[in-house]
Design a protein around this ligand. Structure first.
Ligand code: ZN
Length: 99
């Protein structure tokens, strides 16, 4: 089962990832599935990486678990959110300046 996954950890965009049938079923049922463990530069040990379906954009993405609530982040949505925040910040500055 091949799934197109947005991967910014080891690639710079969408790459096909081969999943076993069992992994594909888990991805469909749970929305995430562990695909491998890897060590990134600066890490002390290997962490599991997951393919997950992003609830924001509906795309598949690759990430490791963050924080106590084991969050998986989609960079597409992170960037969209940070642009919205930046636009809001400019808007708020303009509002303050107009007083
Ligand atoms: Zn997303």
């Amino acid at each position: 089962m091949k799934v197109d996954v947005n991967d910014w950890h080891f690639n710079s965009g969408k790459v096909p990832v081969e999943l076993s049938f069992g992994q594909w079923i888990r991805l469909k049922l749970r929305g995430r599935v562990k695909v491998f463990e890897a060590i990134k530069r600066g890490w002390r040990g290997a962490l599991p990486f997951f393919v997950f379906k992003c609830k924001g954009c509906g795309e598949y993405a690759l990430d490791y678990l963050h924080g106590y609530n084991e969050r998986l982040d989609c960079r597409l949505c992170d960037e969209a959110n940070s642009i919205v925040r930046a636009v809001n910040a400019v808007f708020e500055l303009e509002l303050e300046a107009s007083h």
